[in-house]
Design a binder for this molecule. Structure first.
Ligand code: AHR
Length: 507
């Protein structure tokens, strides 16, 4: 049996947890929108065609801001196509995903849906095939109260009040050769700076995200960030990070994916700080980790990718990964890593939300269900307090092919001063057995009672499907021993656990 120990103290503050860290992402891709959030004719659809079962699951998941409408899609998107009377909206080719976009759902309809789920809109502008002028048009359309052609057009299209979008992405993955309008770091940096300055001339309080690298494996990683920030430092507020992980058969390394994400964040922050120092600036650039997840991208590249000049389907099944227990455990560890950097990562988007590499799946005319990854996200977003705590972890280790020696346990905690509750999120990466986690609670105020749930299974490949939607679910975990100062929990092999420590006597 291996062991790990954490010490909880409300004084060991990492930083405030920005609720935007529990954001997500909906792209016009595959069946995310059409056949996902929107399916007129479905028995559970409302009068606007939004599936009520999906709305309920998105609310249960607890997502804050939702990035929209892409992704790679945004780099070919003309936002004007997606507003105004539906019967006049054009059908366009989406070159990113080799599909047809009908524009049945656009900015107004998506905001209507966001109002139902209670999430904030994070909007991306197209800096691939378009530029500053079109971004400004969209900003004026979305955010100006009244008095200009664009704002009057929005009112005539049914929204007298502005959308008032606060956070904007300046393009998407512009470092990637696959991106429509892909540019060099210098060219993109200049375009991002020019667009950001113009957008801030309209509203200096907008929060603007410059594209960082689309993965830490890109040959331009870090040099890209340095160049883009040198060009745009004063005008932008965030640099983005994107990271996807998949199990290539080396489970030990896959379980340690959080180590890679941790290094990614540290390196990008170091470059941002170096540019800050060069410029002698008081301003700090935060990280928007606006795409993160498990993604079996090799499956997409080798099997699902659509091709052919006469083959442009509407809402095809794309990127519909089915997530296993092992995937969900790694997924939970990525959330732990994000929270461990709460002082720097103040915005993040789980990519994506419905049907496309998603925690929520649907069948046309059929059910909607929770994938395994749903559970760590819903539990973390529901129970994370406003402040992230360092847990002074000491842990047994194991050897990995990719990352060398790695702790068997990774953990973070959050604290809520108002309720006095502390939440611990922990992952046991050990494959061949449980790990005992000792939680030192002596520095927490008053006696506490513990409520714990875990995600694990004897079958690491177990998954939820349309046929068996509740095969995998959370299970209660009972501490093996406890005193006023120490709680001991056995974390099952390859498991994710949430422990809530509440002042004794509170509900
Ligand atoms: O989330 C799927 C795709 O991954 C996005 O469109 C793109 O930004 C990234 O490469």
């Amino acid at each position: 049996m291996s062991s790990a120990r954490i010490v909880l103290s409300p004084d060991a503050v990492i930083g405030a947890v920005n609720p935007r860290i529990f954001g997500s992402f909906i792209e016009h891709l595959g069946r995310a929108v059409y056949g996902g959030i929107y399916e007129p004719g479905h028995p559970l659809a409302d009068d606007r065609g939004f599936r009520r079962d999906v709305v309920a699951l998105v609310k249960e998941l607890g997502v804050s801001a939702i990035r929209y409408p892409g992704g790679n899609f945004v780099s070919g998107f003309r936002w004007e196509d997606s507003v105004g009377p539906r019967e006049h909206r054009p059908r366009r080719l989406d070159l990113a995903w080799h599909s047809v976009e009908t524009n049945e759902i656009g900015l107004h309809e998506f905001q209507d849906w966001l109002d139902l789920v209670g999430s904030e809109l994070m909007l991306a502008v197209n800096l691939g095939t378009r530029g500053t002028a079109e971004a400004l048009d969209l900003l004026e359309y979305a955010n100006l109260d009244r008095g200009s052609t664009r704002s009057d057009q929005r009112a005539a299209n049914g929204r007298p009040d502005p959308f008032d979008v606060r956070i904007w992405c300046l393009g998407n993955e512009m470092d990637g050769p696959w991106q429509l309008g892909h540019r060099s770091a210098e060219d993109y940096g200049k375009l991002a700076a020019q667009t950001a300055r113009a957008m801030k001339a309209f509203d200096p309080d907008l929060e603007l995200v410059a594209c960082g690298s689309s993965s830490s494996a890109m040959p331009t990683f870090l040099e890209w960030e340095r160049t883009v920030l040198r060009e745009s430092y004063d005008a932008v507020d965030y640099i983005s990070c994107h990271a996807y992980y998949e199990n290539d058969g080396d489970l030990g390394s896959f379980l340690a994916s959080g180590v890679d994400m941790d290094g990614f964040i540290r390196n990008v922050a170091a470059v941002a700080d170096a540019v800050q120092a060069e410029r002698g600036s008081d301003k700090r650039i935060d990280i928007s980790f606006d795409e993160w997840n498990i993604w079996y991208n090799t499956r997409f590249e080798n099997v699902d990718k659509i091709a052919g000049v006469d083959n442009w389907p509407v809402a095809p099944r794309l990127l519909e990964d089915v997530y296993s227990v092992a995937d969900a455990v790694v997924f939970g560890s990525l959330l732990i890593t994000l929270l461990s950097h709460a002082d720097r990562v103040t915005s993040a988007s789980l990519a994506q939300l419905v049907n496309v590499i998603a925690p929520i799946m649907t069948e046309p005319g059929g059910p909607a269900w929770r994938q395994t990854t749903f559970f760590p996200f819903a539990e973390t977003s529901r129970h994370a307090g406003p402040v992230a705590l360092d847990v002074s972890l000491t842990s047994d280790t194991y050897e990995t092919e990719r990352f060398g020696t790695v702790d068997v346990v990774t953990a973070v905690a959050t604290y809520d001063q108002t309720s006095g509750s502390t939440a611990v999120f922990a992952v046991n990466r050990r494959i061949d057995g449980p790990t005992t986690l000792e939680i030192d609670v002596s520095a927490l105020p008053g006696p506490v009672r513990a409520d714990a749930v875990s995600l694990f299974d004897d079958d690491l490949d177990a998954a939820n499907t349309a046929e068996d939607p509740e095969r995998v679910r959370l299970r209660p975990t009972v501490p093996v021993s406890r005193t006023d100062d120490l709680i001991r929990i056995d974390l099952p092999a390859v498991s994710w656990t949430r422990v809530l420590l509440l002042p004794a006597g509170r509900g």
